[in-house]
Design a protein around this ligand. Structure first.
Ligand code: SF4
Ligand code: SF4
Ligand code: SF4
Length: 390
């Protein structure tokens, strides 16, 4: 077992759910059986009449750790260019997903990429999916990322090894771009093909990803909006609501307070709102009215933007509210941490009355302060979690 993933990410509820460790596991031992983090497959061996569990992770180069965005302290890549843009052509739209489609089409036409791995949504079941787009048609169809979680890198091996894509664009959340950045800086020879095959990372601004229960429970059961009525979702951090756009053209707003309970746990400690490791990031915040914001942070990102402008697929103006961007980025960090620290205080008060809660409080303390859970604390927690009243 990778102790670092287990102790520094999964045990502390810091997994962002990107799926990079699953894709790059040297022995194919990781899989998803629940939503908060991957699990390690247990393999057995017959030894006489008994069966023993094998430790598949011994003598392993631990490639699963190389790309994990939660194991590395990442630093901000300075913006090279910040502009307000909107998609132009058949559709004129300020929607980030439409802008991303224009960027992908221009990059494909210019030979910068040969395919893309992207988050999408099945429009009929509202099931989040990962798509591999190889053609312009595949890049322009689909809704794009709708804030419902799915592990983006689950189809990375298929794109590279089965489809033979060698100049991939990765389109996803800021943590997915951090994983790409880690992979690029890894020196592991086993990951060379991944490093060569990923050409571009595009991130959408992100305040958190939601579990699918957001639509099946909150929107469908509590708000009475049938799944087949919903066309797409959008987030307005500035105004503090999630909006469901319905097929009949009407809109339903839900306050952030109501949707926050459906956020993945790993997002609680994330402070990357603006895709600070991505070649290129796109989001509604800070843009001129009728546009969305686009930030490039690398040469590849800038070339991608230039191509889309010269093909006439994007239109840009140099007007950005930088103060709004910085404020929102700080706010994300401050708000999430403040909530978590409030919870910790309550937990510690509970722990004074109930010693059973003490282990839980220690674990939460470690998670918030980024300290490693001690072996003793972990043993106590595991014992507590699976207590058989012995
Ligand atoms: S240590 Fe090796 S086998 Fe175990 S999860 Fe990591 S890469 Fe896979
Ligand atoms: S953050 Fe990504 S790479 Fe890290 S443990 Fe979670 S799924 Fe794996
Ligand atoms: S908030 Fe967004 S970028 Fe941060 S961990 Fe969650 S999904 Fe990833």
């Amino acid at each position: 077992m990778s102790e670092r993933l287990n102790e520094e990410v999964w045990a502390l509820d810091r997994c962002s759910g990107c799926g990079m460790c699953v894709a790059t596991c040297a022995k194919g031992m990781l899989f998803w059986d629940e939503e908060e983090h991957p699990s390690l497959e247990v393999r057995e061996k017959a030894l006489g009449l008994s069966r023993v569990n094998l430790d598949s992770c011994s003598f392993c180069p631990k490639t699963c750790e190389e790309g994990c965005p939660q194991l590395e302290e990442w630093s901000l890549l300075e913006p090279k260019e910040m502009v307000s843009v909107r998609a132009k052509g058949v559709i004129v739209s300020p929607e980030p997903n439409e802008v991303i489609k224009s960027l992908l089409v221009a990059s494909k036409a210019a030979g910068l990429i040969d395919g893309a791995l992207l988050m999408d949504l099945n429009p009929w079941t509202l099931q989040p999916i990962v798509r591999i787009a190889r053609t312009v048609e595949e890049m322009t169809s689909g809704l794009g990322m709708q804030y419902l979680w799915t592990p983006l890198f689950d189809r990375l091996n298929e794109a590279i090894y089965e489809d033979g894509l060698r100049n991939l664009a990765i389109v996803g959340t800021p943590c997915a771009s951090q994983a790409v950045r880690n992979l690029r800086s890894s020196e592991s020879a086993r990951l060379t093909l991944y490093r060569k095959a990923i050409r571009l990372s595009i991130a959408t601004f992100c305040t958190g990803m939601y579990r699918r229960e957001l639509v099946t429970q909150l929107l469908s059961q509590e708000k009475g909006i049938a799944l087949h009525q919903i066309q797409r979702l959008s987030i307005s951090p500035r105004d503090g609501y999630l909006m469901a756009l319905l097929w009949d053209g009407s809109e339903r707003m839900v306050a952030f307070d109501e949707v926050e309970g459906y956020t993945r746990r790993g997002c609680a400690t994330c402070n990357d709102l603006l895709g600070e490791s991505a070649d290129l990031a796109v989001g509604a915040l800070g843009a001129k009215e009728g546009y969305c914001t686009l930030i490039t942070r690398s040469e590849a990102g800038t070339i991608c933007l230039r191509n889309a402008l010269s093909f006439g697929l994007l239109e840009s103006v140099e007007e950005i509210d930088e103060a709004a961007l910085s404020k929102a980025a700080e706010e994300k960090d401050r708000r999430k941490r403040a909530q978590a620290f409030d919870q910790l205080k309550l937990l510690m008060l509970d722990a004074l009355r109930d010693p059973q809660k003490w282990v839980e409080a220690q674990r939460e303390f470690s998670r918030l302060y980024g300290t490693k859970e001690t072996v003793q604390a972990r043993k106590e927690r595991v014992c507590h979690d699976s207590c058989a009243q012995c």
